[in-house]
Design a protein around this ligand. Structure first.
Ligand code: 5GP
Length: 194
């Protein structure tokens, strides 16, 4: 998505070797017009899949997931993060290791919001090592629901996540694919291929 790549070039800040800060349009301040364009793009990609629910993890996934849910006219459910959670019967839970924070969180979704009839599209802000998306697919499986695919705003192709889901046969659509960070600059996968 050219609009997004241009915005990353303009406002993204590379931190160290493998983290991109995008807090001026996605992770802190949010650009609603850009979110709506992302939602439309995910809708075009998955519109024939009879999606019944959009799932994400709080908090950074909520803006693009909401924009996508608005296109599909289906509910958005965001998993809540807990430092520790005494297991509750009415929740599906999974443990997710956070790449950026380097801590583990339990993510939880109320059972009443996910049923075996659901055909789910996962939407998240970043795909790095795939832990967040894996936690959500585990929860979807527990519920007996179907993971149709994952819509990712920014994928870092040099980390493990993409291969993990290709191997599992989960369709991943990413709006921007970053192949590397070089001298503090972003190299997109399509530039590298060119
Ligand atoms: P994963 O679970 O795929 O390893 O990492 C995905 C999660 O970590 C995302 O939901 C996002 O919150 C965070 N994350 C991973 N890489 C980055 C990054 O480069 N920048 C930012 N801002 N967040 C990231």
């Amino acid at each position: 998505m050219k609009l997004l790549e241009d915005r990353i070039r303009k406002d993204g800040i590379v931190l160290g070797e493998d983290v991109l800060k995008v807090d001026s349009f996605l992770n802190h301040q949010v650009d609603p017009d850009l979110m709506m364009e992302m939602g439309k793009t995910f809708y075009e990609q998955f519109k024939n899949e009879k999606i019944t629910k959009i799932l994400t993890v709080e908090s950074s996934g909520i803006a693009p997931a909401f924009a996508t849910a608005a296109q599909f006219h289906v509910p958005l459910v965001f998993a809540r993060k807990h430092k520790s959670l005494t297991l509750k019967d009415d929740m599906y839970t999974a443990t997710v290791y956070s790449f950026t924070k380097q801590t583990s969180n339990t993510i939880a979704i109320a059972k009443k919001f996910l049923t075996s009839d659901d055909r789910v599209l996962i939407v998240d802000d970043f795909l790095a090592n795939g832990q967040a998306v894996q936690g959500l697919t585990d929860i979807i499986k527990d519920a007996g629901a179907t993971t149709v695919g994952a819509g990712i705003v920014i994928e870092k192709t040099f980390q493990k996540g993409r291969k993990m889901f290709d191997d599992q046969g989960v369709r991943v659509v990413s709006l921007a694919r970053i192949a590397a960070f070089k001298n503090g600059q972003v190299v997109f996968a399509d530039e590298q291929d060119a």
